[in-house]
Ligand binder design. Structure first.
Ligand code: F6R
Length: 366
């Protein structure tokens, strides 16, 4: 049942190329320049006329929402807010029938997300769901939605659900941008083709597994980790830190790289491994200077870099290489080495990887 892997988590990490394909199959036709999402077609005007899109979720799904904020605002120019469902529902939020809410949930059963959806509906908002579990409470409570087709996720630490959520959200943003006219034909076609290539890129990223296992061996006894990223890879840094915390019980924090100087840099010393997502992007030079700041304080750098990288590779203590893809799609590949790193550390520490202490797969308590 674990398909030859020691843990469901590893099986699910390795399933990502195929489940991302399942998620866009029949919905993304790159050659024809088409995106067709059954649940979306009738509601496109609702999205395009919305004052803003509010994304609500918890945990890893909330991180997928944060990635989507970058993608949606850039492509569609519709304002996006991302909220923890638990905060949203208890703070008397301002919400009207001009708002569109996207609720993201792997299980479709998360109590806070479900309650936030009910509140948004009461206030007249249109609520769109992105769930993995078919027929789940959230998929029934929302007005419409799109399923991720990740298949059952058994490991408590969410992996393939995250990348398939981002796949769906990216398709929605591209469809809306195309309809609204906020993306050029050329960019639209490019993204469609590149999205179709993501399963191949993820396969490529998975090839670093052995190398990452060696890195895990070096750092398994660290008591703290920092994860840094910028732009749409800032949420990936948060997600990397969450994965490490929940399955290895090592304290880890994710930060936007530029926030370092506003406090966390005080933590840097020779005992602090810092995982930096330093892929080719508009932020590359800025990330290089962030790395210099860390190195000059004797911090240890484990960098996620694009293949062919030289500058960061020279500065970093360890690198994890991912293939090239347009910046907007990079979260789908940069996530992979971070999943593997936390997995190997947890295994080396003999943790219960698939069922970490104190955690449940569906959080149905409030
Ligand atoms: C992290 C994790 C949790 C869930 C969160 C939301 O690996 O699994 O943080 O992401 O409990 O769950 P869903 O997506 O089912 O609403």
């Amino acid at each position: 049942e674990k398909g030859g892997y020691d843990h469901f988590m590893m099986k699910e990490i390795y399933e990502q190329p195929s489940v991302i394909k399942d998620t866009y199959r029949g919905r993304l036709l790159a050659d024809q320049g088409l995106i067709h999402l059954g649940g979306l077609e009738d509601y496109i005007p609702k999205f395009l006329n919305a004052d803003r899109i509010i994304i609500i979720a918890c945990g890893t799904s909330w991180h997928a929402g944060l990635v989507a904020e970058y993608v949606f605002e850039d492509l569609t120019r519709i304002p996006v807010e991302v909220e923890y469902a638990s905060e949203f529902r208890y703070r008397n939020p301002i919400i009207t029938e001009k708002d569109v809410v996207i609720a993201i949930s792997q299980s479709g059963e998360t109590a806070d997300t479900l309650a936030a959806i009910k509140l948004a509906k009461e206030k007249g908002a249109f609520v769109y769901g992105i769930c993995n579990v078919v027929g789940s409470s959230i998929s029934r409570e929302t007005h419409s939605g799109t399923y991720t087709h990740a298949g059952p996720e058994i490991g408590v630490a969410s992996t393939k659900a995250f990348t398939t959520q981002i796949t769906v959200l990216t398709m929605i943003a591209l469809k809306l941008a195309k309809t609204k006219g906020t993306i050029s034909k050329r960019d639209y076609m490019l993204y469609l083709h590149e999205l179709e290539l993501i399963p191949t890129r993820v396969e490529e990223a998975l090839k670093s597994n052995e190398k990452i296992k060696e890195i895990a061996e070096v750092f398994k006894n660290a008591s703290n980790f920092l994860y840094l990223g910028r732009g749409c890879n800032f949420p990936v840094a948060l997600e990397g830190a969450l994965k490490l915390k929940e399955i290895s019980y090592i304290h880890a924090e994710g930060y936007p790289a530029a926030e370092m100087k506003h406090g966390p840099i005080a933590l840097i010393d020779e005992n602090m491994p810092v995982v930096v997502i330093a892929i080719n992007s508009d932020h590359y030079d800025k990330v290089v200077s962030n790395i210099q700041e860390i190195k000059s304080r004797k911090g240890i750098i484990i960098a996620v870099v694009t293949e062919g990288d030289t500058a960061v590779t020279e500065m970093a203590d360890y690198v994890m290489v991912v293939p090239k893809t347009p910046e907007m799609l990079t979260p789908l590949v940069t996530t992979i080495p971070l999943q593997l790193l936390s997995y190997h550390i947890a295994v080396l520490l003999d943790r219960n990887v698939d069922q970490p202490r104190n955690l449940a797969k569906s959080v149905t308590v409030e």
